[in-house]
Write a protein that binds this ligand. Structure first.
Ligand code: 4AD
Ligand code: MG
Length: 433
């Protein structure tokens, strides 16, 4: 059997002589008796050259007619060439067609509108920016997991099918569960709070669901959530965890994927400059800053996207907003013992106009305090029976947070729309393909 070399290995300088590669015909052009074929194998894209004089006339003509996205096997010699992308190319000795595409690839080298590209997402994934985004996603997940595991966190899974809201009823997806009602979870958090009394500090990487009923550029109905929960932890401590995790992830991206960062116009050096500790302002200070900019804030309401955007241009690095009013946050947030109208909560905001990346904070661990907040919010305590019961058996101060993977990608890659941070986006208007 022929041993095929990955294109990435050729670029890494591991293969210098004759190689066999296989891949998709990504793009081609010809000039003066030479065909330049860009071959993509999933690990990279390399330029190969086929000279008219080196093969039979008939074979040359066949390749000349070969549509893009056909698959081929190639035997060739690696040649260093500064003009070629990646610094080397392959000169072809032999080429074999494996699958010849019979119709024109729907996505041409011309402008296509976003809806067309969304309808053809299953094919558009082959685009170079999509490839870069997929590698960035994978790197963020890898480096997050690595950070948690090396800091003593255990990976824990909460159910996706649940019976009561975590983050309020307005964005709950209802589900027919045999002959009763259930929901898709908005966050792993409530079940995670049960698990910390078993295995201590924990994290997850899982999808969360929000029935966002408005068309926005920053909301998906299904997104990936990196969450952590920790016993013996307060607001200050969880913010330290958040800034260290985010810094680690940004530095790994800059070190391992500089080329992909640059494809999105992001200078990897900017990411390496980001270090803890991040600036911290309270909700009240944020409201004051906004007022000075001529933006009014109705005290007690959550900060809108427009308000976050104005604030985010005032910072060069991610920054925290803490102590949100009770009315702006879900029932489980612990009211500040020194000022009961605000909570021990934090949002981590991205700079450069991107806004919220993380929601987190300290949870209520006292039974009576929790019951009071449930009543105040007019929630049905029956739905939270097991969650309330946790407060009867060794409750301890605890805190945690949730990081939206696609929000982080949006900021790092300077994307205009969150749909380009996930392979198959689900939004108010899109569930195909
Ligand atoms: O601020 P949120 O609602 O907080 C929670 O769900 C907490 N229970 C998390 C926790 O403490 N374990 O959501 C957390 C993050 C947001 O900061 C945002 O990055 C992301 O999840 N997010 C979304 N991302 C994409 N589309 C949506 N519709 C999102 N809603 C929230
Ligand atoms: Mg939030």
């Amino acid at each position: 059997m022929v041993k095929f070399t990955d294109i990435s290995e050729i670029f890494a300088g591991k293969e210098k002589r004759a190689v066999h590669i296989h891949g998709w015909l990504h793009h081609k052009r010809s000039s003066g008796g030479v065909q330049f074929l860009l071959i993509r194998d999933g690990t990279g894209i390399i330029q190969t050259t086929l000279k008219k004089d080196d093969v039979h006339e008939e074979a040359y003509q066949q390749i000349d007619r070969l549509p893009v996205e056909s698959t081929v096997e190639i035997e060739g010699t690696v040649q260093e060439d500064e003009r070629a992308p990646g610094g080397c190319e392959l000169s072809i000795h032999d080429i074999r067609i494996l699958h010849e595409v019979k119709e024109e690839f729907p996505i041409a080298k011309k402008y296509h509108g976003p809806e067309f590209l969304m309808d053809h997402r299953h094919l558009w994934l082959r685009n170079e920016k999509m490839q870069a985004m997929l590698k960035i996603r994978s790197k963020i997940l890898e480096s997050s997991r690595e950070w948690f595991l090396s800091h003593g966190y255990i990976e824990f899974q909460s159910p996706v099918i649940i019976t009561a809201a975590v983050e309020g009823g307005s964005t709950l997806f209802e589900l027919k569960y045999f002959n009763r009602k259930a929901y898709l979870t908005q966050s792993w958090q409530l079940h995670a709070e049960a698990a910390i009394a078993s295995v201590g500090k924990i994290f997850t990487i899982a999808p969360s669901f929000r029935a966002e009923k408005s068309r926005t550029r920053r909301h998906l109905t299904e997104y990936w959530h990196i969450e952590a929960e920790e016993p013996w932890c307060d607001l200050q401590k969880t913010m330290k965890v958040q800034e260290e995790l985010v810094t680690h992830v940004l530095h790994e991206l800059a070190k391992d994927l500089p080329r992909e960062m640059e494809m999105f116009g992001r200078d990897p050096k900017d990411l390496l400059k980001i270090k803890p500790s991040f600036p911290r302002i309270t909700y009240d200070q944020a409201a004051e800053m906004l007022r000075k900019e001529g933006v009014s804030v109705a005290w007690g309401e959550d900060l809108t996207w427009e308000q976050q955007k104005v604030l985010s241009f005032k910072f060069q690095t991610p920054f925290f907003i803490t102590h949100f009013p009770k009315s702006a946050k879900a029932f489980y947030h612990k009211p500040d013992p020194e000022r009961s109208d605000v909570t021990l909560s934090d949002d981590l905001q991205a700079p450069e106009g991107y806004g919220e990346l993380i929601g987190g904070g300290q949870r209520i661990h006292d039974l009576d305090e929790l019951l009071e907040r449930i009543k105040e919010e007019e929630l049905d305590a029956k739905n939270y029976r097991w969650y309330i019961e946790l407060r009867k058996f060794g409750p301890v101060p605890h805190a945690g947070f949730g990081l939206g993977l696609e929000r982080l990608i949006m900021w790092v890659c300077k994307l205009d729309h969150i749909r380009d941070a996930i392979p198959f986006p689900r939004t108010l208007t899109r569930i195909y393909p």
